[in-house]
Write a protein that binds this ligand. Structure first.
Ligand SMILES: Cc1cc2nc3c(=O)[nH]c(=O)nc-3n(C[C@H](O)[C@H](O)[C@H](O)COP(=O)(O)OP(=O)(O)OC[C@H]3O[C@@H](n4cnc5c(N)ncnc54)[C@H](O)[C@@H]3O)c2cc1C
Length: 413
């Protein structure tokens, strides 16, 4: 009998796993189950749709015929409510049971709501799905004033949407700058200026204490912990994700703010794998557990999981993830784990360029580049190869850094 694979989640992790399984196991039974009403689309591009810059069609990646042609059974609008690893089966909200030989959990996360009054009011948006993007675009079209909360990589998408839709925005941040865990004030100021140019004003040492609504339950203002009131008819909240681990709560699959997997994407239970945002994986570069919330990493994990489902321990996940922001006139890239490490080097060049590297035990573990991405491939190579750069900080921060300079210096020593 052919082996059966069940994949929960049709994001990029689940979908790339299905594709790899079909390529490498032509006779396998493959089922992909998703609670969304549409098959794989480009989650990165939904912000361009919400900005009003892109129509719907180019955002879709696979239509349903893609699955039919590959004889992959796709179940849309189907929520998995229970995983029974002892019986090798899962159950859906409609009571349908699917048996598996191998199971992949590529179930990602769900945006967190602010734990404040009226955080579920009409006009208060969270951003994860294409459906969210449609609602955001419609709401933004009709809005004049907005409030944005969440000083990270998804929050800034809301700022860009406000800019593109000509909404006056107040970006309420808890600290004294945007993405304070990865950027210094100097670096963050470049981002603040870009926000201001688009009509979005950063407000520091703020946040949201409560939202106010009108009689119809639509948001009309956010009040911050200082008591300052910001009128808004649109609010974007991006304060992080809750990992969708509930369905394995009654199993022996180990979780800790995500599903724990090794470098082969195996969970703590035989025949159960996980891939994508949901994983807290053993990072072979860092030498410790890590989590990535990035498209390229989720795609690679899906592929690696599929290979190891077919051939145990055949390929490990070794990856430096990157995340770029393309909303502004200058490039921005973060790579690896810029919020980790025990040391750092950073430098500003002229008015428009800034760089920072996070180091751990003398090795690069992540970084952020603003204004000039030329050094990225050298930095990523050093990180991937775990090169000790502790004595090379000045060279690393030279304006036209090239990995060749580092290699030449090492050879000369
Ligand atoms: C607006 C936005 C912009 C982004 N921009 C970038 C960017 O510029 N660069 C970058 O690298 N990354 C970006 N990301 C992050 C990137 O999109 C994610 O890291 C990536 O899509 C994660 O893929 P995944 O397959 O692991 O999870 P997901 O894409 O979240 O897929 C998980 C799927 O599983 C489904 N599911 C969950 N539980 C169940 C269940 N019980 N039953 C059935 N189905 C279930 C979910 O509905 C979902 O469809 C962005 C994300 C968003 C939302």
């Amino acid at each position: 009998m052919s082996e059966s694979f069940v994949i929960i989640g049709d994001g990029i992790a689940g979908s790339s796993a299905a594709e790899t399984l079909r390529e490498e196991a032509p006779d396998a039974d493959i089922t992909v189950i998703t609670d969304e009403g549409e098959s794989l689309y480009n989650r990165i591009l939904i912000k361009e749709f919400a900005k009003g810059k892109l129509p719907e069609a180019p955002i879709s990646i696979h239509d349903e015929s893609w699955y039919e042609e590959r004889e992959i059974d796709l179940e849309l609008n189907t929520l998995v409510v229970d995983v029974r690893t002892d019986d090798h089966e899962i159950e859906t909200h409609e009571g349908d049971v699917y048996e598996y030989d191998k199971l992949l959990l590529s179930i990602g996360g769900t945006p967190q709501q602010l734990p404040v009054e009226n955080s579920d009011a009409d006009g208060v948006h969270h951003f994860w799905t294409f459906q969210d993007a449609r609602a955001i675009r419609e709401s933004a079209d009709a809005a004049d004033d907005a409030v944005i909360v969440g000083a990270g990589l998804l929050g800034i998408d809301f700022a860009a949407i406000c800019g593109a839709q000509e909404i006056e925005g107040k970006y309420l941040m808890r600290g004294n700058r945007w993405w304070r865990y990865a950027l210094s004030e100097e670096g963050a100021d470049l981002m603040h200026e870009a926000m201001l140019e688009r009509g979005v004003e950063p407000v520091f040492d703020s946040g949201v204490d409560r939202f106010e609504t009108d009689d119809d339950g639509h948001v009309v203002a956010a009040v911050d912990p200082n008591g300052d009131r910001y009128e808004c008819d649109f609010a974007g909240v991006a304060i992080g994700l809750n990992m969708n681990t509930e369905i394995v709560e009654d199993t022996d699959v180990e979780t800790d703010d995500g599903i724990l997997v090794d470098e082969y994407m195996r969970t703590s239970v035989d025949d159960v794998f996980a891939a994508g945002d949901i994983t807290r994986f053993h990072d072979v570069i860092l030498g410790e557990r890590a989590q990535n919330g990035a498209w390229g990493s989720a795609k690679e994990q899906g592929t690696i999981a599929a290979r190891n489902m077919l051939d145990p321990e055949s390929e490990e996940f070794r990856w430096v993830s990157s995340y770029s922001i393309t909303h502004f006139d200058f490039p921005f890239l973060s790579f690896g784990h810029p919020t980790l490490g025990d040391d750092e080097v950073m430098r500003k060049f002229g008015d428009e360029e800034w760089r920072r590297l996070a180091l751990k035990d003398g090795r690069i573990v992540g970084g952020v580049l603003i204004g000039n991405l030329a050094p990225q491939s050298g930095y990523k190579k050093l990180m991937r190869e775990g090169v000790d750069v502790s004595g090379q900080k000045e060279l690393l921060m030279s304006e036209d850094f090239s990995i060749d300079d580092l290699e030449q210096e090492a050879a000369a020593e």
